[in-house]
Design a protein. Structure first.
Length: 432
């Protein structure tokens, strides 16, 4: 059987296993090892299982993932999300739609120290949603703005998705983190602008909350010193060259622990819960990574990436047309699987195409993460929408999707802006 036929059978088997709800990492590892064994023998295939597993869990570079996950767990369990929302609400809550703008601002701040879209959406479903309902905000808008704000978790540093992209493509993770700052701020700003447009178009749709005194505002700002300090310490040290990405994660996790304990926000139970939470998430991520690396050996021996590159570049389409096809593929896959799984499964195949077309790999990482996150909120199956639904039981899926539609339009406009002006993603990394 030819290697092309083996590769096709491998992909069919992989998607069949995923449809049968076999975990993505397990499915990729099983197909990868089986295909590699068919082409090269069972002996070499068995050797790569042990070698790949050991190398992944002991590689210093891969340590960036559990460290930032632990930092995010400490931040979540120490209640910093409520402080961020309270501070943003004190300045913006009195405006029409102000609680929505405050939610986006707080999501951005929380994302900058947690690095997880799912954690951001789940957290603010419990923090911001009850407040918006209390002041009479429509359920569709309240859940839609939380879903949109949740996507900031994968863009603003530290981002687990960007870290995995950097590992797979052998790009500088620190530069990827820094590259996400301007696009992430642009995303938050455009989401806020979207809320403003909704208020202008439908003046009576969103209510205004009570106005806070300057004393209350200053008190709320004092409460977020820990969040600002932690972000400046970890990400500022990374940008300034004081830390490697792995060291920044370790210092951030240590800083979050110390701040939480000194402020009385983390007791022994909270610390234990944070450690278990980070360990479980890291184990899931590493399982997918190991499976992806094993599947990568199979792709290498079948020369799938090279053949896909030759096929796409030989179609006679312009490079931006090929980029549009790739982004469309990610939007469709976003209906079917998790962001991390999408990146791990597809980047080994897509990345050589992007390099052959002459696109900047750092810029492409930002573009793909933005596209993947858009896939997680658009109908018919948005993963973040499912997360919000699991937390907010009294809202149906149609209501959430209705609320998120204006933000999907905003995301599409933002993607076009980033494609037209790559410097938005490349300027900061070029000064590191």
């Amino acid at each position: 059987m030819s290697t092309d036929a083996v590769a096709i059978i491998g992909f069919v088997a992989l998607f069949a296993l995923m449809l049968l709800r076999v975990p993505v990492g397990m499915a990729m590892g099983l197909v990868g090892v089986t295909g590699f064994a068919y082409l090269n023998g069972s002996g070499p295939a068995l050797k790569i299982i042990g070698h790949t597993s050991m190398r992944t869990v002991t590689d210093y570079t891969f340590g960036v993932i559990p460290m930032f996950l632990l930092m995010g767990a400490f931040v979540t369990n120490s209640g910093m999300s409520r402080e961020l929302f309270r501070a943003a609400n004190s300045f913006l809550g009195h405006l029409k739609g102000g609680l929505g703008i405050a939610t986006i601002a707080a999501c951005g701040g929380f994302a900058a120290i947690s690095g997880s879209s799912v954690a951001t959406a789940a957290t603010f479903s419990t923090v911001a949603y009850p407040e918006m309902c209390r002041y009479g905000y429509p359920q569709s808008f309240a859940t839609g703005v939380i879903a949109a704000g949740g996507t900031l978790g994968a863009m603003l540093p530290p981002s687990t998705v960007l870290a995995v992209y950097g590992i797979i493509t052998e790009q500088d993770i620190g530069k990827l983190f820094i590259a996400g700052i301007v696009p992430g701020l642009l995303a938050a700003s455009m989401y806020m602008l979207t809320v403003g447009v909704i208020v202008l178009v439908r003046p009576n749709f969103l209510p205004a909350g009570p106005r806070h005194t300057w004393k209350e505002r200053l008190a709320s700002v004092r409460d977020i010193w820990a969040t600002l300090l932690l972000f400046l310490f970890a990400i500022g040290g990374l940008y300034g060259g004081l830390f490697t990405p792995t060291e920044a994660g370790g210092m951030g996790a240590g800083g979050a622990l110390i701040i939480g304990v000194l402020r009385g926000r983390l007791n022994r139970t909270d610390i234990r819960r944070s450690l278990l939470q980070a360990t479980r998430t890291a184990a899931a991520v590493f399982t997918v990574l190991i499976g992806a690396l094993l599947f990568g050996y199979f792709l290498t021996v079948t020369q799938t990436p090279q053949k896909v590159t030759e096929f796409l570049t030989g179609m006679g389409l312009g490079r931006y047309s090929i980029l549009a096809l790739i982004m469309l593929m990610y939007l469709i896959l976003g209906c079917l699987m998790d962001a991390l799984a999408m990146i791990i499964l597809t980047i080994p195949i897509v990345f050589p195409v992007i390099i052959a077309l002459g696109f900047d790999p750092i810029w492409f990482g930002i573009i793909i993460v933005m596209t993947v996150e858009l896939g997680l909120i658009h109908p018919p199956v948005g993963m973040i929408v499912f997360v919000i639904k699991s937390v907010v039981q009294d809202v149906d899926f149609a209501t959430i999707f209705k609320g998120v539609l204006p933000f999907i339009v905003t995301d599409l406009i933002r993607l076009i802006i980033l494609i037209m002006f790559p410097i938005l993603a490349t300027w900061l990394p070029s000064h590191m």
